[in-house]
Design a protein around this ligand. Structure first.
Ligand code: KIV
Length: 273
């Protein structure tokens, strides 16, 4: 309890380093965290990127979706995570309706960096969101875009379903991926899209892709921490894996995940669509 969570000697992970990792085909290891203690475990295990996901609405707050999460919640959890981290790059999710236009996006992203301590913000979608991505990039706020199954659109999708399955939907996703990169995004999360489509997007855009249910050919992988520790109530999503099973500690489980991502052993075909 009284130990210094920042005693880790690893150098801080930066946005240019993530870009360089794509160039040299080094896999980026990302995980979500929502508090200082789990964040410190991720950091000590050598995770490159810690995402304070608005998935906290589901796995921490117990809601059925991410929609009830507020900017205040995100700042609270981002600041807690930041206190546990010495090296990993911190990405904070922008919650539902917090980037409904470029002004709101700038104001709320600024708070997540200044009050929460994030180094990057993540927001879902393309289309009208491109203007916000461009505004954030112009103000030197690093952006992670998020395409495919974007959970804030759950009601439009009619559930949490794999996206980009038809020829038309795949073409739209590829066009959106190109557009978010052109607007100035630094990173792109691809969630629940066919592995062949994620592979094509990864090859065609200049920024790193981070997959979750998007196959092994993305530039990196992310999982919800509670899913990969097997503690999320209910059925584990097909794309996740319980890394704590058969291991003695949370730290060991996270290290096993990081090793499996870096070696290409995770995800395997059984975790992809
Ligand atoms: O909110 C979250 O945890 C996310 C990941 C699933 C990518 O967006």
């Amino acid at each position: 309890m009284y130990a210094n969570a920042k005693s880790n000697a690893r150098a801080a992970v930066t946005v240019p380093q993530l870009h360089a990792m794509k160039t040299r085909s080094a896999k980026i290891v990302a995980l979500t965290a929502y508090d200082a203690s789990f964040a410190a475990q991720c950091d000590a295990a050598g995770v490159d990127v810690v995402l304070i996901g608005d998935s906290l609405g589901m796995v921490v707050q117990g809601h059925a979706s991410t929609l009830p999460v507020s900017v205040e919640h995100m700042i609270y959890h981002t600041a807690a995570v930041a206190r546990g981290i010495a090296s990993a790059l911190l990405i904070a999710d922008m919650p539902f309706m917090s980037y409904r236009d470029a002004d709101a996006g700038l104001r709320n992203a600024g708070r997540l960096l200044a009050e929460g301590g994030a180094a990057m913000v993540k927001l879902e979608g393309a289309g009208h969101v491109l203007e916000t991505i461009a505004a954030l990039a112009q103000h030197a706020i690093p952006v992670c875009a998020h395409l495919g199954l974007t959970p804030q659109s759950v009601h439009k999708f009619g559930g949490y379903r794999v996206q980009g399955k038809t020829k038309g939907a795949a073409a739209q996703l590829l066009a959106d991926a190109r557009a978010v990169a052109a607007a100035g995004a630094d990173l792109l999360v691809l969630e629940c899209v066919p592995a062949t489509l994620a592979k094509r997007i990864t090859a065609e855009i200049p920024i790193p892709t981070i997959g979750i249910g998007a196959g092994a050919d993305c530039d990196g992988q992310v999982l919800v921490l509670y899913d990969m520790l097997g503690i999320t109530p209910g059925k584990r999503p097909r794309f996740s894996k319980d890394f704590l099973a058969g291991r003695g500690s949370v730290g060991e489980a996270i290290r096993a995940y990081a090793d499996a991502v870096r070696s290409g052993a995770f995800p395997s075909v059984e975790h992809a669509f």
